[in-house]
Design a protein around this ligand. Structure first.
Ligand code: ADP
Length: 459
């Protein structure tokens, strides 16, 4: 064998395992057409979109406090904002490159891999095609933007165009249509609303954030900016361009054909797993969601693993990282079951302004599974930090087993949601009870004190 492990992709599903295995003395080859580590998360996903989000949040806060005399030019320098985003991406690429160069046993090859046997990949590089064999193969090829068969889809920008380095979007549009009410569409809609863009969001389904617990959606949506107009049950017909460059989006709603004109159209109709060539042909089981894996991240071929978005289980970067480490532990432990992935304790944040975050079991799943539970609530209207920031909407909701008082799940809508869900997620993952949370001195005056306060309400 040329290598102990070959990873297809060098994103969050691949490199944590690659580093761990290389540090344990294994020879690891990572293959990725980007020629850099970090996958789509850094290239066009979590990091660049949050670089824009955090500026939008500060923008909102500054506007709220403007009566205190913060002076100066209040117009948005969009080029500077995108420059900041690019700088963060560039800095992180350099950081990853340094880490890679310091780790012996790891090779990153720029190219696209396909599987030619269950121990071999063929890589198409700029210098031609080369084959490599590996004892273990880790498929971590991620996911890609789904472009529906919509006439005029090429006139829309996707998250790839918007968040990549040197974004296609060069100025802040005054009006925008977002196609898709999932988290990518809704997040982007709120960022631009903060910058003053009038956003119309078209969703084909009957609710926003399909797949998210309806209770969480109903808490979040009323708090979203009035500059975002959601249109539900909107069936897209076409996108076309006017002579002045503006776009016309045609859609059908309640059997009526309607249209909206906007400066820009952002297409966020979902993502699809990227299945490398040869995988299906080798008999690896692939469903509509992605490559099928167990909780050791194994496919039906025991030395072939699939981590991250490609298996469609919990398509989030941090879930990919954890899965990647489970895979590394499985390889290191031979066939001993030394670690397992708990797909249910992965926190998810919808980084809208304000955000919503959830982890574990929430009311819809608890009810569906017939699990008796007790709810503990802390509203941000009573929270000191929320009052200081003037952002008192939403709150923390925790769900405990009715008899054991074990924390089963929770959600947060409002300030610091993405941070608070970390503590709640850790408690779910560690199997903590209401008593454990209630006896912890959560910090004042931080919103996290609401977690122990909510738990104390059970006693
Ligand atoms: P995840 O977080 O699930 O690992 P990412 O999107 O962050 O997903 O990373 C997946 C990476 O896999 C991307 O950088 C993508 O370019 C790469 N990739 C996709 N298909 C192939 C392939 N056939 N060969 C090598 N790399 C691939």
């Amino acid at each position: 064998m040329d290598y102990d492990v070959i990873t297809i992709g060098a994103g969050g599903g691949a490199y944590p395992a690659a580093f761990r295995l290389a540090r344990m003395g294994m020879g690891v080859l990572m293959v990725d057409p980007k020629g850099v580590m970090s996958g789509n998360c850094l290239a066009e996903g979590c990091v660049p979109s949050k670089a824009v989000r955090e500026v939008a949040e500060q923008w909102d806060r500054q506007r709220r406090f403007s009566s205190f005399g913060i002076k100066g030019d209040r117009s948005l320098d969009f080029a500077a904002l995108m420059g900041h985003k690019d700088a963060v991406q560039r800095f992180r690429y350099e950081q990853h490159a340094k880490e890679l160069s310091r780790t012996p046993g790891m090779t990153l090859l720029k190219g696209t891999a396909k599987m030619i046997s269950d121990h071999e990949v063929s890589v198409l590089t700029d210098a031609g095609e080369k084959s490599f064999s590996g004892k273990y193969i880790l498929i971590a090829s991620g996911s890609d933007v789904f472009v529906p068969p919509l006439p005029g889809a090429e006139l829309c920008l996707t998250s790839h165009d918007l968040y990549k380095m040197n974004s296609t979007l060069k100025s802040c549009p005054s009006s925008m249509v977002v196609i898709g009410g999932g988290y990518v569409g809704l997040e982007t809609a709120t960022f631009f609303a903060s910058f003053g863009t009038n956003v119309t969001l078209l969703e084909i389904g009957e609710t926003l954030l399909p797949g998210v617990d309806p209770e969480i959606v109903s808490m979040l949506v009323p708090q979203i900016s009035s500059l975002v107009t959601p249109v539900l049950s909107a069936q897209l017909l076409s996108v076309s361009s006017r002579t002045d460059g503006k776009k016309i989006v045609r859609y059908r709603q309640n059997e009526m054909d309607l249209e909206i004109v906007a400066e820009m159209v952002f297409l966020a109709a979902g993502r699809r797993p990227v299945i490398p060539g040869g995988v299906r042909e080798l008999g690896v089981v692939v469903t509509k969601k992605g490559i099928e894996v167990d909780d050791r991240m194994k496919t039906n071929i025991s030395h072939v693993f699939a981590c991250g978005d490609v298996n469609g289980k919990t398509p989030l970067f941090h879930a990919a990282v954890r899965q990647s480490l489970v895979c590394a532990h499985q390889i290191l432990g031979g066939d001993l079951a030394s670690d397992r992935m708990n797909f249910e304790s992965v926190p998810t944040t919808v980084f809208t302004l304000p955000a919503a975050a959830y982890v574990g079991l929430t009311p819809s799943t608890l009810t569906e599974r017939g699990i008796p539970f007790k709810r503990a609530t802390y509203l941000f209207e009573e929270d000191s930090r929320a009052q200081i920031l003037g952002e008192t909407g939403g709150g923390i909701h925790l769900f405990f087993h009715l008899e054991t008082r074990k924390l089963l799940g929770g959600y947060v809508v409002g300030i610091d949601a993405g941070n608070l869900i970390g503590e709640i997620g850790l408690a779910v993952s560690a199997g903590l009870s209401a008593g454990d949370l209630a006896s912890f001195a959560d910090q004042h005056p931080m919103a996290s004190e609401g977690i122990s306060k909510a738990a104390r309400s059970l006693f």
